[in-house]
Ligand binder design. Structure first.
Ligand code: UD1
Ligand code: CA
Length: 448
């Protein structure tokens, strides 16, 4: 059972170690910005409202978020406690569970978040902190427990004694609070620490000091708690997310021949009994039907295909493309912003852009839609059953009607009526005896 809660995502920090002009949480991993992973997890875990605290490069972040969440500003980045405080006015009167999480943790599962809220509320705790145990706890905040194992405080690495630094259980920066208790305690924290910041982590010790009950919830899978602070960590998170995605797909009946050499973004959908060959990159909101064979070396971006399609090797399917059932797109073929009807084949070396192709069409090798005149893009229409001879150019806008044929090597600039043959090339002329005449002409030249 999911318990409704309000989510607060902290995303006002600069993320200095990214060395970027972009806000840290707008960097993409496994197909979407870091913050979108966090927003999705919150929503799927049962958040009724989500408030994002923005600050550094906040205009860009607020623009990205749009209507997906509420935005509040932290104009000066005075720490995670101070950032959380900025969300309190929006929570006036609310005394249910509020999940506060750093916006830079894209690998957190929705089920883990929901579990955290459940443990905090059902046990009547003022706060539940999500923790993880790491072999190398690096600079994470350390979880300090009393002798009987109860959570006592979180101490930042910079402020910790050697004894506390030796602790391997750390803070993930994901918490479920009782909102009333959080509101009561936040004003009591100070910035008397190494960074002169107001630490959200200090709320834990403050709650304990006031006799409130707090607990830690340890992650089973520590990869869920990884915060992104650098490009290296961004790549590591991508690996974690892709591995998880591959497992999900395989469990749902998709064959992925070599998951470690296949790149599938989180929001990609693939139907059962499809086979994905190595070195295939499926990104964005790509949708693949059942029983398709994709790859090796295929790139699909925001493309959609039906069932029983056969794509690759070496094809590039770009945004705006919809392939119906049983379509074949073969080697060195690029399809962009085009609809391709049932059973149509584009087997080799073609560019199909801004085109509407019907069903049962054969596109010969080397066919190019000439969709761009340097200023504007135009569409090409090819109706059901047409046959496009190899090495043809279709200069858009142009329509090839039902069952028409295009003679190989044609540059088609005018519409072709149904059932007609369009031929647009110079007629061949054979010059009899030409080779012998040339040979003799050269020989007599050398004699002179
Ligand atoms: C924080 C925790 C640490 C934990 C770690 C997990 C504190 C004091 N420390 O440290 O215990 O182990 O996360 O990743 O909370 N932010 C703001 N405004 C600010 C400062 C930060 O919105 O003034 C946001 C950042 O954008 C970021 C998140 O809060 O998304 C965490 O801040 P960060 O500076 O990365 O904290 P850490 O030092 O990693
Ligand atoms: Ca961090």
């Amino acid at each position: 059972m999911m318990i409704p809660f309000v989510g607060v995502l902290l995303a006002a920090g600069q993320g200095k170690r990214m060395k970027s002009e972009m806000p840290k949480v707008l960097h993409e991993v496994a197909g979407k910005p870091i913050i979108d992973h966090a927003l999705d997890a919150m929503r799927r875990a049962g958040a009724t409202r989500i408030i994002v605290v923005v600050g550094h490069a906040g205009d860009a972040l607020a623009a990205h978020i749009g209507d997906a969440a509420e935005v509040v500003w932290q104009h000066e980045q005075l720490g995670t406690g101070h950032a959380t405080m900025q969300a309190l006015p929006a929570l006036e009167g609310f005394d249910g569970p509020v999940v506060v999480a750093a916006g830079d943790v894209p690998t957190l599962r929705a089920s883990t978040l929901a579990g955290l809220v459940e443990k905090q509320t059902s046990g009547g705790y003022s706060a539940a902190v999500l923790t993880m145990v790491l072999d190398d706890p690096a600079q994470y905040g350390r979880i300090v427990r009393s002798v009987n194992g109860d959570l006592k405080a979180i101490t930042e690495y910079r402020d910790a004694s050697d004894e506390v630094r030796a602790v391997r259980e750390v803070n993930t920066s994901v918490y479920s609070f009782n909102c009333a208790d959080l509101r009561a305690e936040l004003p009591n924290i100070s910035n008397r620490n190494d960074q002169r910041e107001y630490y959200l982590t200090d709320v834990i010790a403050a709650l304990v000091a006031h006799g409130k009950r707090v607990r830690a919830v340890v992650l089973n899978d520590a990869t869920e708690g990884f915060g992104i602070n650098s490009r290296e960590e961004l790549a590591q998170a991508g690996k974690v997310l892709r591995e998880r995605k591959s497992v999900e797909l395989m469990e749902s009946g998709v064959t992925i021949v070599d998951p470690s050499n296949t790149y599938i973004d989180m929001d990609v959908e693939i139907g059962p009994d499809s086979i994905i060959e190595p070195f295939t990159v499926l990104s964005g909101r790509t949708v693949i039907g059942s029983r398709c064979h994709v790859g090796p070396y295929v790139c699909v971006r925001d493309g959609k295909m039906g069932n029983d399609c056969n794509i690759g090797p070496f094809s590039f399917i770009r945004p705006g493309t919809e392939l119906a059932d049983k379509v074949k797109v073969g080697d060195f073929v690029e399809v962009k912003n085009s609809k391709v009807g049932k059973g149509t084949k584009i087997p080799h070396l073609s560019y199909v852009g801004d085109a509407d192709l019907g069903s049962g069409i054969n596109i010969g090798a080397g066919t190019i839609t000439c969709n761009y005149d340097g200023e504007r893009k135009y569409r090409t229409t090819i109706e059901d059953g047409a046959f496009v001879g190899a090495n043809s150019n279709l200069v858009a806008p142009v329509t090839v009607s039902r069952d028409a044929y295009i003679a190989t090597g044609s540059t088609i600039t005018a519409n072709i009526p149904a059932g007609a043959l369009g031929i647009a090339r110079a007629r061949q002329e054979n010059k009899e005896g030409w080779v012998e005449r040339r040979r003799q002409a050269r020989a007599s030249k050398e004699d002179n």
